[in-house]
Ligand binder design. Structure first.
Ligand code: HEM
Length: 268
């Protein structure tokens, strides 16, 4: 598969309405697995008007969540000792109205591992995790259930990786560096979602070709005065719809854990 790394070129393809995502359709004559049906029901693997409709519903759901309240809940959990990797899903799930939120981070992690390509080393576990998340979603409408679960699954790995990398960077930096600066450095230099894929139109007719787009490649237009463009949240009409929510949650966790680390260091 062709891989495109240069950020200006990657951005150009991401914002081009003629580029599409590979779709996750349900094969018509099969008893599709829960994971197959879930991927077919989310916004991430569909194009055109259906993407627009699902995306609008996701924007509504996200619009009902206050980033400051998510940050406060994340901070409480971080200070209570909840592992960083469990916090984003737990606070989002609680705010959206899921049941049994403390059980969900592990389930979301299992689904997230199989989500991008629809392949899992343990398909039964992935199917069971999808079904449990859908059942806990607090809705009986199948379309709504899939979109609510999508938010947890999309949030899990990306936000956890952002937090882990910012904390790792903090350890090698002056303690006075702000959490905001740490997060921005990770987004610019070490994108938590390293790559995505698109089908791009063939230049001279024929079939579309599948390309990998790196979100962490070089930016040839960057200079001392113009930092590299940030593609960590994607670009165009399929860019991440939740950067403010993600940054609020991540900053709260990093801040709480850095404060905790400082207290530990100060305690004889
Ligand atoms: C609260 C946490 C988060 C939520 C709820 C969330 C949700 C989503 C959703 C629903 C989509 C699909 C959009 C669509 O289908 O149109 C998406 C896409 C994306 N998200 Fe997030 N996300 C979160 C955190 C993050 C973080 C921390 C990063 C990376 C720093 C990230 C990077 C991306 C990228 C790159 C895409 C676009 C993929 C592509 O264009 O192919 N997300 N996110």
């Amino acid at each position: 598969m062709i891989e495109i790394t240069e950020r200006a070129e990657v951005e150009r393809i991401l914002v081009d309405p003629a580029s599409h995502v590979p779709e996750a359709a349900v094969p018509p004559d099969t008893a599709a697995s829960p994971m197959t049906r879930f991927r077919a029901g989310v916004s991430r693997f569909v194009n055109g008007a259906e993407h627009g409709a699902r995306r609008a519903r996701l924007d509504d759901l996200l619009g009902g969540l206050d980033p400051a309240a998510l940050a406060a809940a994340a901070s409480v959990r971080a200070r209570a000792g909840t592992p960083a990797g469990q916090i984003p899903v737990a606070v989002l799930a609680e705010a959206i109205g899921f049941d049994e939120v403390d059980e969900l981070p592990l389930l979301a992690a299992t689904v997230a591992a199989a989500y991008p390509a629809g392949e899992s080393s343990d398909p039964d576990a992935a199917d069971a995790a999808v079904s449990a998340l859908l059942d806990a979603s607090g809705s009986t409408d199948p379309d709504e259930r899939a979109l609510r679960v999508q938010l947890l699954v999309q949030a899990h790995t990306a936000t956890t990786t952002l937090v882990e990398r910012a904390l790792a960077l903090a350890r090698s930096q002056d303690p006075g560096v702000s959490t905001r600066t740490l997060l921005e450095s990770v987004l610019r230099d070490d994108s938590p979602v390293p790559a995505t894929r698109r089908l791009v139109p063939a230049r001279l007719g024929g079939d579309e070709s599948l390309v990998t787009l790196r979100l962490d490649g070089p930016d040839r237009e960057a200079t001392d005065d113009r930092p590299a463009r940030i593609l960590a949240f994607g670009a165009g009409h399929r860019a991440c719809p939740a950067p403010h929510h993600a940054l609020a949650i991540a900053a709260a966790i990093v801040e709480a854990m850095r404060a905790d680390g400082r207290r530990d260091e100060e305690t004889p």
